[in-house]
Write a protein that binds this ligand. Structure first.
Ligand SMILES: NC(=O)CC(=O)C(=O)O
Length: 299
């Protein structure tokens, strides 16, 4: 299916150097422990967001599946319907704290129930507390490594098909979730639409995490010369799915700006979009791209 984003990388209308109102700000990556009680997860997230905002963060990113254990056995039971916002405790909590603190929240992901389907969904709330965007994970994580890990997200979830990029005071933000990191095309699509920052709530496991997590984020940042932020739950070695952790902010030259281990923590780091401009000037990939030989086409 065609994306609802029209992409023309060489469009003269799009100034890839244009910066948002606020070019320098703090981002917080809240690496949260996930409990089996949803109420506890909501309370923990509320405290972490509050504390991050009090430390000056203007944008808070939460992990993939931060209020539900990462298992097909739980997704349906924990799912919420965002169309009925009064019936969604997660929606209410994120919306309230976003407006109370005047911050943007990229709300990680939780299971969404909608019209009989389940989605792995990220909601973004603006500083007025309003829902600004909803992204449903496009690439579901199905893996089978004999003797290691077997997980089939598509047993439960339906894949989304709408890339989501939003214009904010903190720049153009592209949203994707975890396994979406493995697909450079989605990041390229966002870059072609002028994204400054890509946010990936993620929950890589220990098998793929050690090998791929950092490599993929640095690759997406370096190829597109923009910021990449990831946020994972903390490790729970008792669960059936052992999380890698290591929430990270990567800069436009592919450099790690800040990262964590696998325990519960909040990473607070600075984003400075002028570094993006410098990197793009120093290494003008956009100008060097050989559109005469290959082209990125949005079908
Ligand atoms: N949750 C995921 O999509 C996990 C993933 O991609 C991984 O490699 O682990």
């Amino acid at each position: 299916m065609a994306s609802n984003i029209t992409v023309n990388p060489s469009s003269p209308a799009l100034d890839h150097f244009a910066l948002p109102n606020l070019t320098k700000f703090k981002i917080a990556l809240c690496q949260l422990t996930v409990y089996s009680e949803k109420k506890k997860n909501l309370e923990l997230a509320h405290r972490a967001i509050e504390s991050a905002a009090d430390q000056g963060a203007k944008l808070v990113l939460l992990p993939e599946m931060w209020n539900c254990p990462c298992s097909n056995d739980y997704f349906a039971k924990y799912a919420e319907d965002f169309d009925d916002e009064n019936a969604s405790p997660t929606y209410s909590m994120l919306s309230e704290i976003a407006s109370e603190k005047g911050i943007i929240i990229v709300g990680g992901s939780i299971p969404e129930q909608n019209n009989g389907c389940l989605y792995n969904t990220c909601c973004v709330f603006g500083s007025d507390g309003k829902l600004k965007a909803k992204y449903r994970k496009i690439h579901l994580f199905d893996i089978d490594i004999p003797g290691d890990i077997s997980f089939k997200e598509s047993d439960t979830f339906t894949a989304g098909h709408e890339p989501t990029i939003l214009e904010t005071d903190l720049g153009r933000i592209g949203i994707a979730i975890c396994h979406d990191l493995c697909f450079p095309e989605l990041a390229m699509l966002y870059a072609a639409k002028g994204a400054h920052l890509l946010c990936y709530p993620g929950a890589f496991n220990v098998s793929t995490g050690e090998l791929l997590w950092e490599l993929l984020q640095r690759g997406r940042a370096l190829d597109n010369q923009l910021y990449v932020a990831t946020c994972s739950p903390s490790r729970d070695s008792n669960g059936s799915y052992t999380i890698w952790g290591h929430s990270t902010l990567v800069g436009p030259a592919g450099e790690i700006i800040a990262t964590s281990g696998h325990d519960e923590t909040t990473v607070i780091a600075e984003i400075d979009y002028s570094l993006m401009q410098l990197q793009r000037k120093a290494l003008p990939l956009e100008k060097q791209r050989r559109d005469d030989i290959y082209q990125f086409v949005d079908l």
